[in-house]
Design a protein around this ligand. Structure first.
Ligand SMILES: Cc1ncc(COP(=O)(O)O)c(C=O)c1O
Length: 386
């Protein structure tokens, strides 16, 4: 969470006072946010969801991913990314990240097999993937791209907004994200056929309220957003551009000073467009990374638990459903898919992540606080690297 306050509280109070708490009420807050978020991203279709996990699942369904398909996911992401693949009946195949800590386009291309239908590049910690290379690989191999922009809400890549570059994009608005309403998410796309399937996934009964459109409704779980989510998100969107500007300025100042030391900065693909929610550094050894993190007040990326593939127990255990008959790992259609997960399968990612130190940024930080962080980084770098 970056900033939230009275304006959001007022917006929620207004919804309660209006009595219009259902998202299909005319002139509602969700409709307004969907329109505005589409304008911000330059995408035609936006569907709000109850969470980022719902958004990813609906996005993959929108791409018609299902049993018999493999989907490439990076070794570093929240477990919701591979979970969404399994939720639509397909099988996640793990791919190494590179020093940018995002999916390595070379490893992505090497991982493509006869069953691979899609890939989910994840813009981790607000840093964009190398989308130019990823889209080149996708075009060459006819892969569908679902951007997981859950950790990079509002960020960009070479002049485009994250989430708008692939065939479909997914966002989370949970507590930890750049814009938040506690829990929430959205799917974005420029393709009507994808958008219609997504809408049905998000609310299979929506045709009662919104008409049938051109897509024949199908059965799905549903993950409709509430008007409270819409109301808060409209205020959060007002705040977003200035918050990101502050984060970018803070990161630039910190990295400019860090570059004067012997530290190696984590490469970023579009420094002027990224969210700048954290600064990261690649140390020569794990021991030095640990020492630097302790002295500079940072965290080791490889020790962030749930984000590292080693901790995705249900995936490793093939526990992909409450019921055996619904478990994609047991589907006959998935027999030819690669589904063995081992601890050393992405050893290169582990090596990079265990040597990468992150130090977070915050838009409310005062100039003097940033000066103190810079001093800590410089002192730590001198002690550890000379
Ligand atoms: C990269 C990534 N993908 C997906 C999700 C899932 O979002 P949610 O928690 O809103 O379901 C998260 C949430 O932290 C995430 O970080």
């Amino acid at each position: 969470m970056l900033i939230i306050g009275d304006k959001e509280a007022d917006a929620v109070r207004d919804v309660i006072k209006s009595g219009k708490m259902f998202r299909y009420h005319e002139g509602g807050q969700c409709d307004r946010f969907e329109k505005r978020w589409g304008e911000y991203l330059n995408t035609k279709f936006v569907s709000m969801t109850a969470s980022g996990t719902n958004a990813l699942t609906a996005a993959l369904a929108g791409l018609s991913i299902g049993p018999g398909d493999e989907v490439l996911v990076p070794a570093l992401t929240y477990m919701a990314t591979p979970i969404a693949v399994l939720a639509v009946g397909a099988i996640p195949v793990l791919v190494d990240v590179d020093e940018s800590t995002c999916m390595d386009p070379i490893a992505m291309e090497e991982a493509i097999g006869p069953r691979t239908k899609a890939a989910i590049p994840v813009h981790m910690w607000g840093q964009p993937c190398d989308m130019r290379s990823i889209m080149r690989v996708a075009r060459k191999h006819k892969l569908l791209i679902c951007e997981d922009a859950c950790q990079a809400v509002g960020g960009g890549y070479q002049g485009k907004k994250l989430g708008s570059i692939g065939h479909v994009g997914a966002f989370s608005f949970n507590y930890f994200k750049n814009m938040t309403c506690g829990e929430g998410g959205a799917v974005v796309t420029n393709t009507r056929a994808i958008a219609e399937k997504v809408k049905c996934m998000v609310d299979p009964c929506s045709f009662y309220w919104k008409g049938k459109g051109t897509w024949r409704p199908f059965v799905a779980n549903g993950a409709r957003a509430s008007e409270f989510e819409g109301a808060i998100m409209n205020v959060q969107l007002d705040r977003l551009p200035s918050m990101l500007k502050k984060l970018q300025a803070q990161k630039k100042r910190i990295l400019k000073e860090a570059a004067k030391t012997n530290l190696k900065l984590t490469p970023t693909h579009s420094p002027d467009d990224e969210c700048a929610t954290c600064n990261s550094f690649l140390l020569p050894t794990e021991k030095q990374a640990q020492e630097f993190a302790t002295l500079a007040g940072g965290g080791i990326m490889g020790k962030t638990g749930r984000h590292v593939y080693l901790n995705w127990d249900p995936i490793f255990d093939h526990s992909a459903s409450h019921h055996d008959a619904l478990n994609p790992f047991k589907f006959k259609e998935n027999k030819g898919c690669r589904m063995t997960y081992t601890e050393d399968m992405c050893a290169r990612s582990l090596d990079i992540l265990n040597r990468t130190v992150m130090i977070g940024n915050h838009p409310s930080r005062k100039a003097l606080e940033v000066t103190a962080i810079i001093k800590r980084i410089k002192d730590a770098a001198k002690t550890v690297l000379g």
